[in-house]
Design a protein around this ligand. Structure first.
Ligand code: GUN
Length: 302
């Protein structure tokens, strides 16, 4: 294998230790415990597993964690009232509403109702605008893009002047990571191209990339011949392609595959993230980091 593996599972441990230490210090000096509420509406299996992991991680770093689980038929009005309650609760520093939401609820309305100063997902239009401006205007970078940038930096990959190609233009990953990589500053200052379903010559763009970030949600979309030798390949895809029985627990678990043909790509790339164990663990880690940031903003200790 030519490529170095960038393991989110390893980077996560270092960052969580840093967060845990800061939480303990804030508790001691200021008597404040960071509070995070996770609102889950319904029983989407993927959402349940994400939320369970978020709660476990929040406990590990010493947060006060509220898991607010609501039934599938919750009305939009009731969810907005719940958000209003947490917006006004001083013990809560971060509010996360797990997406997707049931169809009777307008997602945009819900995200817009969260206090931008508690919006640790970074999805509120105010935080999207702050991200666009960049620099010290940014409060809460969205978690998956923030995790991607952290991985690139911690792997020691040069971003200044690098050709970055982003595959996918979602609001959660593609658009924000493209915006972050073009800003001035550490881990950025790149020349960025965004390609999507309307792009001609997808392969040609990818072949130019020094850093290829793939968030298309299409298993195996990126072929080995699309990768420039030595490139850094970040695979954001988490596609459920089947089920198997876990050797550890004996329970049924999903078989996951990324958007990149990993086995072939790792022979060509200089750096590559695995699926699972790559970008996935970083998203939850950056959620913890944003919640800690929220507390620090509130205490004026940034
Ligand atoms: N659903 C899938 N990814 C995310 C995420 O990053 N945040 C929230 N709130 N919901 C999600």
């Amino acid at each position: 294998m030519a490529a170095k593996l960038i393991k989110g599972t390893e980077i996560r441990e270092k960052i969580l230790e840093e967060i845990e230490a800061e939480v303990a210090e804030i508790k001691e000096k200021h008597g404040v415990v960071p509070g995070l509420v996770t609102i889950l509406v319904g029983e989407n299996p993927a959402s349940i597993s994400y939320v369970t992991l978020k709660i476990k991680t929040a406990h590990r770093v010493g947060f006060h964690e509220i898991q607010d689980t609501q039934s599938e038929d919750l009305s939009e009005e009731a969810l907005l009232a719940l958000i209003d309650k947490y917006n006004k609760d001083d013990a809560i520093h971060g509010i996360l509403v797990q997406l997707p939401l049931p169809k009777q609820i307008n997602e945009k309305k819900v995200l817009n109702a969260i206090d931008p100063d508690k919006d640790v997902d970074g999805f509120h239009p105010v935080n999207v605008g702050r991200l666009m401006i960049g620099g010290d205007e940014v409060k809460f970078p969205p978690c998956t893009p923030a995790g991607i940038q952290e991985m690139i930096v911690r792997a020691g990959v040069e971003t200044k002047g690098a050709e970055v190609v982003v595959v996918g233009r979602s609001n959660i990953v593609g658009k924000p990571i493209a915006n972050m990589m073009l800003q001035k500053g550490v881990g950025a200052n790149s020349t960025v191209t965004v390609v999507h379903t309307g792009t001609k010559e997808l392969a040609g763009h990818c072949q130019r990339a020094d850093i290829l970030i793939v968030a298309a949600g299409v298993p195996g979309l990126v072929k080995p011949e699309w990768i420039k030798p030595g490139a850094c390949v970040i695979d954001v895809g988490v596609n459920r392609i089947g089920e198997k029985i876990s050797e550890k627990t004996g329970k049924k678990i999903a078989i996951l595959s990324g958007d990149v043909d990993f086995d072939a790509a790792k022979e060509i790339a200089g750096y590559i993230t695995p699926v699972p164990g790559g970008v996935g663990p970083m998203t939850i880690t950056m959620l913890m980091k944003n919640t800690l940031k929220s507390v620090k903003f509130r205490l004026g200790i940034n």
